[in-house]
Ligand binder design. Structure first.
Ligand code: MLT
Length: 263
């Protein structure tokens, strides 16, 4: 069920479906909760799935000039409060959703029972990457989402997905092209200043799954495996035949890895 929930004056659109232990699915940049369709459909059979559109994205308003990963994490805590979810949840984030996961865990560790980080990084941007994001934020505000689609789309998918999953690629392009330029610029500015969290990883106490598409060009398997090894209770799973958008490119394999992790 799609719900609208107000938190501190911001109207969040949230898919809230199923009953049981809560899994929070947090989308990547610059997308919306529908990227998790295959996971929502599968896990709502056994769990309560909560999949919000982040501030400014999809059907959620409240876009600002810049939104830090900490702000996104605070939004999610406020959202869980507004939904009266007090139990610790499984937090599953992809890419930017993973950057937000580190912050959520740091600030609200008592709210996290398990952590799943898909196709994401612990490192900060290099100075060049951060400068490019700031440049792109200005461009998007002038020209709309198209330049972001041009820059990102070629890096998001495994070659085999580009050949065999045109519908997935079209739906991601559609999500990018319909994203609010103000929200895209704000998230770019926020990601540009996100910290390197590598030193936090050894103190993560919850069971953790680090999942990576075999051909992820943005957060490559070697980098994800290396940071997974710093987390005491982490498993690393590589998804064959997938790139950065593994949950959409190989939904059955990703669902089976999640199912195994959730027990
Ligand atoms: C994402 O998928 O969320 C982005 O690739 C994150 C990023 O730009 O670092």
């Amino acid at each position: 069920m799609l719900r609208e929930i107000e938190v501190s004056g911001v109207r969040f659109q949230v898919e809230d479906v199923g009953t049981g232990p809560v899994i929070l699915f947090i989308h990547g940049f610059p997308l919306n909760h529908t990227m998790w369709r295959a996971q929502i459909d599968e896990f709502s059979k056994t769990h309560r799935v909560i999949a919000p559109d982040l501030r400014g994205f999809g059907g959620t308003d409240g876009a600002l000039y810049s939104v830090s990963m900490e702000q996104f994490a605070d939004d999610l805590a406020g959202l869980l409060d507004a939904m009266a979810v007090t139990e610790p949840v499984t937090f599953c984030g992809l890419s930017m959703g993973g950057y937000i996961a580190w912050q959520f865990l740091q600030r609200y560790s008592y709210r996290v029972a398990r952590l799943i980080v898909c196709d994401s990084r612990a490192a900060a941007d290099t100075p060049e990457a951060a400068a490019n994001r700031l440049k792109m934020a200005d461009i998007v505000l002038k020209e709309g989402p198209e330049p972001v689609a041009w820059a990102m789309m070629p890096k998001l998918f495994a070659q085999c997905s580009s050949e065999h999953c045109p519908l997935v690629i079209d739906s991601v392009r559609q999500m990018v092209m319909t994203s609010n330029p103000v929200a895209i610029a704000a998230a770019h500015r926020g990601m540009a200043v996100r910290p390197d969290v590598t030193s936090w990883l050894p103190s993560i106490k919850v069971p953790t799954l680090i999942l990576c598409g075999e051909f992820d060009a943005i957060s490559p398997p070697a980098e994800m495996k290396a940071f997974a090894e710093l987390i005491p209770q982490a498993q690393f799973v590589m998804i064959p035949g997938a790139g950065h958008m593994a949950p959409m490119e190989q939904p059955a394999l990703v669902n089976s890895a999640l199912r195994q992790f959730l027990g």
